[in-house]
Unconditional design. Sequence first.
Length: 174
Amino acid sequence: MGKIRLPRPFEHEPQVTRIFSIAMRSVLTPPKTTLKIKAPRRKQSERSAQTQHRVVQAAACLLQSQGYAATTVQGIARHAGVSLGAMQHHFPTKAQVMAAVLRHYALKRVRLYRHALQHTTTSPQKIDALFKALWTLLCQGPEFMATVEIELARRSDTELAAATPLCWHVLILS
């Protein structure tokens, strides 16, 4: 006894079968071209500021976790996700990166203290607000430990000492 063969629709008409399969394929598969909406290109100054911020943040994280001696320019660039050339365009030396970390932390400190003092009226309230701000600075982010590492390294690194003056508040407020 032989196999029973059921006729397939349009088997004898190859053109119809081909058209039918193409139509079904187009219905079942999503289109290959999708519209991509491009965001407007940011200004060069914005891209530079973002690169500098990423480098400073990466340096602070590495300083906190590894210490000053183990933190290298190459490691900072790798951690920041930028090329070594891009980083050295903004900060040619390790000392200049460290100076930027100190400046960033000093500006953060000033903003936090000013904000704390704006919402107080009496002296005890001001003192309490400043202590809360100080505690926030000590506990929030890696910057505090990074600045301690930099200050300790200043004793033996003359290039770092020259690039990071002791009186950052004078530079910020002037």
